[in-house]
Design a protein around this ligand. Structure first.
Ligand code: ADP
Length: 451
C-alpha cells in the first residue's frame, strides 16, 4: 500500500475520532458522523470532477495543486501520460524514418492486407505499378495487376520463388516480383526492375538461336557432300581412298556431331522462347517408352550388333500424361540414351513409368558410372559435363539434361537425381497429378522385354 493511501486512512480515522468526541460532548454523535461522511464524500466528488475536467481538456498541462490522495492520483496519471507521449513520439519518428527509407528504395514495396488489399506503397511502386493515392488504397492488388503469371503466383500461396512479368503501365519494363509473408496475414510485395538483365538474356537467346540457325544450312550441305564422297570413294583409285578415306570419315563424324549440337541448341532456344505456349495432348507414355527403348537397344548394340546392356521397361499403360509429345519424347530419350552412354557393358538399365497419389513418375535407373555428389546440382546447366572428354567421345553435347530440365519446367514437373559414384544413377521425373490421366479401359501392366 502506498504512503499516500496510508496517510489518507490515518486522516479518515482521525477525523472520525474527532467527530465522535464532538458528538459525545454535544450529545449528537449520529448527526456529527453523518455531516463528516457527507463532507468527505463532497470533497471526493469535487476532486473527481476536477480530475475529469483536467483529463479531458488540460491533461497536457501540469495538474492542479491538489491535496491528499487525489494529489497523488493527478501526479501519477500525469507522469503516465508524459511517458506514453514520449514513447509515441519515438515510435512515430521511427515509422517516419522507415517510411522515408522505403520511399527512396529503388525497389517497389507494397504492403498487402489479408485479402490482398493494398495498405501502403512506396514511390517506386507508384511508378512501376501505376498506383495512385488515395484511389488505389484498399483496392485488391489482383484487380490492379492483372498479368496471368502474377495471378497464378498470388493464388498458388507458395511464395518461395519470384515471378517475372511486364509492368502493367509499361510493357517495355520487366519486373521480378517477390512476395513475403509477415505478421499474421500480411504480405510484403517487393518488385525490382530487371529490364536490363532481361534484355541481356534476350540478346543471348537471340544470338544463340540465330547462330544455330545460320550454321544449320551450311552444315547440312557439308554433310551431304561428305556423304556423297564417302559413298563414292570406294570407286576412287586405291591411293586416293588410302589417303583421304579416313579424313572423310572423321569429317563426317565431326559434321554430324556439330549438326546434333546445333539441333539441340535450337531446341533449347525454342523451349526458352515460347514460354508456356505449347500444344498439349494426352500421351500414351508406355508406347513412347517402348519406342525410345528400342532405339536405346540399337544404340547399345551399335558397336558389335549385340546389346551391351540388360534392359527392362515396366510401364503402366493405364497411366497417360497430358503434355507436349515432341518435348517429352526428347526429354525421355535424353535420359534413356544417357543411361546407355554412361553404363559399361553388362550393366542394367531399368525404366519404370507409374503413378501414385502425388502424380506420375518416370524412373530411369542404371548400374553405370554414377556421379559424385558435388556434380549433381550442376548437371542441368548448359554444357556442364562431369568428364568432358568422355562425353564428347560418346557424341554428347552437354545440353541433354538442360533440355530435360526445360521440358519438365514447362510441364510443372521436377527432376530428381540420385547417384552414387561407381554404383549407378537414377533420374526421376515427377509429374503433377493435374497432368496425370488414367485410362481404365486399357490392360494393366505393360512389360517390354528388350534384351
Ligand atoms: P551429355 O551430352 O554430355 O551427356 P547431358 O546434359 O545429357 O550431356 O549430361 C550432363 C552430364 O551428366 C554428362 O556429361 C555426364 O557426365 C552426366 N550424366 C548424365 N547422365 C548420366 C548417367 N546416367 N550416368 C552418369 N553420368 C551421367
Amino acid at each position: 500500500m502506498s504512503e499516500s493511501v496510508l496517510s489518507e486512512i490515518r486522516r479518515v480515522v482521525g477525523l472520525a475520532v474527532l467527530l465522535l468526541i464532538v458528538g459525545l460532548l454535544t450529545g449528537h454523535v449520529a448527526l456529527f458522523l453523518l455531516l463528516g461522511v457527507l463532507a468527505y464524500l463532497a470533497w471526493h466528488v469535487f476532486n473527481l470532477v476536477r480530475f475529469q475536467r483536467w483529463f479531458e481538456t488540460g491533461k497536457r498541462f501540469h495538474p492542479p495543486e491538489v491535496w491528499g490522495v487525489w494529489g497523488e492520483v493527478f501526479y501519477n496519471v500525469y507522469r503516465l501520460q508524459q511517458r506514453n507521449r514520449l514513447r509515441r513520439r519515438r515510435i512515430i519518428r521511427m515509422l517516419q524514418r522507415f517510411q522515408e527509407a522505403t520511399a527512396i528504395m529503388p525497389d517497389a514495396t507494397v504492403v498487402l492486407g489479408g485479402q490482398g488489399d493494398i495498405e501502403w506503397w512506396n514511390e517506386a511502386a507508384g511508378g512501376l505499378f501505376g498506383l495512385r493515392f488515395p484511389q488505389d488504397k484498399g483496392q485488391r492488388i489482383a484487380n490492379l495487376v492483372r498479368h496471368p503469371a502474377f495471378a497464378e503466383f498470388l493464388a498458388a500461396g507458395d511464395y518461395s520463388g519470384t515471378v517475372q512479368f511486364p509492368s502493367p503501365i509499361n510493357e517495355q519494363v520487366m519486373l521480378a516480383v517477390r512476395l513475403v509473408r509477415y505478421g499474421k496475414e500480411h504480405l510484403l510485395l517487393v518488385a525490382r526492375d530487371v529490364t536490363p538483365i532481361y534484355r541481356l538474356d534476350q540478346v543471348r537467346r537471340d544470338f544463340v538461336a540465330n547462330v544455330s540457325h545460320e550454321l544449320r544450312t551450311p552444315l547440312t550441305v557439308i554433310s551431304g557432300f561428305l556423304e556423297t564422297m564417302a559413298d563414292e570413294h570406294s570407286g576412287y583409285p586405291q591411293q586416293w581412298a588410302r589417303q583421304w578415306g579416313r579424313s572423310v570419315h572423321l569429317m563426317r563424324q565431326e559434321a554430324s556431331r556439330m549438326q546434333h549440337l546445333v539441333e539441340e541448341l535450337l531446341l533449347l532456344s525454342r523451349l526458352e522462347m515460347d514460354k508456356g505456349v505449347h500444344r498439349r495432348e494426352v500421351i500414351a507414355v508406355s508406347g513412347m517408352l517402348a519406342m525410345i527403348s528400342e532405339e536405346a537397344v540399337a544404340l547399345s548394340g551399335a558397336l558389335n550388333g549385340e546389346p551391351r546392356h540388360i534392359f527392362s521397361v515396366v510401364a503402366d499403360s493405364k497411366v497417360c500424361l497430358c503434355g507436349n509429345n515432341t518435348e517429352l519424347r526428347s526429354a525421355f530419350s535424353n535420359l534413356i540414351f544417357n543411361a546407355v552412354q554412361y553404363t559399361p557393358s553388362q550393366g542394367e538399365i531399368n525404366v519404370r513409368w507409374y503413378a501414385d497419389e502425388s502424380g506420375a513418375h518416370l524412373e530411369v535407373q542404371d548400374t553405370g558410372l554414377g556421379i559424385a555428389a558435388e556434380h549433381i546440382p550442376r548437371l542441368t546447366e548448359r554444357f556442364y559435363r562431369v568428364d568432358t572428354a568422355r562425353s564428347r567421345d560418346s557424341g554428347g553435347t552437354g545440353l541433354g539434361l538442360a533440355i530435360v530440365k526445360h521440358v519438365l519446367n514447362r510441364h510443372d514437373a521436377q527432376l530428381r537425381i540420385e547417384s552414387e559414384l561407381g554404383k549407378g544413377s537414377t533420374f526421376i521425373c515427377d509429374f503433377p497429378l493435374l497432368l496425370t490421366v488414367r485410362v481404365d479401359s486399357i490392360k494393366a501392366e505393360h512389360v517390354t522385354p528388350l534384351s
